[in-house]
Write a protein that binds this ligand. Structure first.
Ligand code: ADE
Length: 238
């Protein structure tokens, strides 16, 4: 997969490129992440990317021109069209399902806005607007990082084992089960006996029940939407 990000703050992306799982994914060539400076697509000598908003309101709006120049030079030059994402509070609310869909794209482009927003005409060259929640950040950079980090976990080979992604919270509409490591007794709190038994089938059922109960208690809104399979129903009535 190839990801390109257009931003006026390229340095912010060092956070995801230089650490942990994403750094390894880049090294293993599972993903290529290009961070491009929006100022390189400006037309004036001061490399201006924003101007005051028309209509008399305070605040600055990002110019459409640099986004369109990037679009003409970079996107139209390819024989396949990358999928363009605009992080914005007006977008579809991001979740694991949307991350899974985005992870199937061969090439993604993120447009990062700042200030009061982006000139409305940029939306014409955007495939999907995505919001990371009902609150407003000062720019699209952090939302872009959130989206990239989440979707990369779905690329084969990025996370050590496929089952660790499948067991994650939200993957099957449930929260993740509880995890424990050494010591068995930590300040009087014991690891559940069954996890030490080596009986994989009983452990699987125990964890499934834990996931179901956690979801009911912590996220009843998710539980209501979940279609239980026969095994899950049986676990709950036992
Ligand atoms: N830009 C500013 N706020 C945002 C949000 N909540 N989601 C995505 N992009 C944003």
């Amino acid at each position: 997969m190839k990801i390109s990000v257009l931003t006026i703050f390229p340095g912010m992306f060092d956070i995801i490129r230089n650490y942990g799982v994403i750094k390894k994914a880049i090294e293993k060539k599972l993903v290529e992440i290009d961070i491009l400076n929006l100022r390189d697509y400006t037309t004036d000598k001061h490399k201006v990317t924003d101007k005051p908003s028309y209509g008399g309101e305070n605040g600055m709006v990002m110019l459409a021109e640099p986004f369109y120049r990037f679009y003409d030079e970079y996107i139209l030059s390819k024989n396949h069209k990358p999928y363009v994402v605009l992080p914005s509070p007006q977008g579809e609310v991001f979740n694991n399902d949307l991350a899974f869909e985005l992870a199937k794209k061969e090439e993604l482009v993120f447009f990062c806005g700042r200030y009061e927003g982006i000139d409305e005409r940029v939306r014409k060259i955007v495939d999907k607007e995505v919001s990371i929640g009902d609150y407003v950040l000062t720019g699209g950079e952090i939302p872009t990082m959130v989206i990239i980090e989440t979707l990369l976990r779905f690329l084969p080979g990025v996370i050590g084992s496929k089952t660790s992604v499948e067991n994650d919270s939200f993957y099957n509409g449930l929260l993740d089960y509880s995890h424990y490591t050494k010591p068995q007794n930590f300040r009087g709190m014991q690891v559940p006996e069954i996890l030490l038994s080596g009986d994989h089938e009983r452990i699987r059922i125990f964890r499934k029940k834990d996931s179901l109960l956690k979801t009911i208690l912590k996220r009843p809104d998710l539980f209501i939407k979940k279609e239980l399979d026969e095994e899950e129903k049986k676990i709950l009535v036992e």
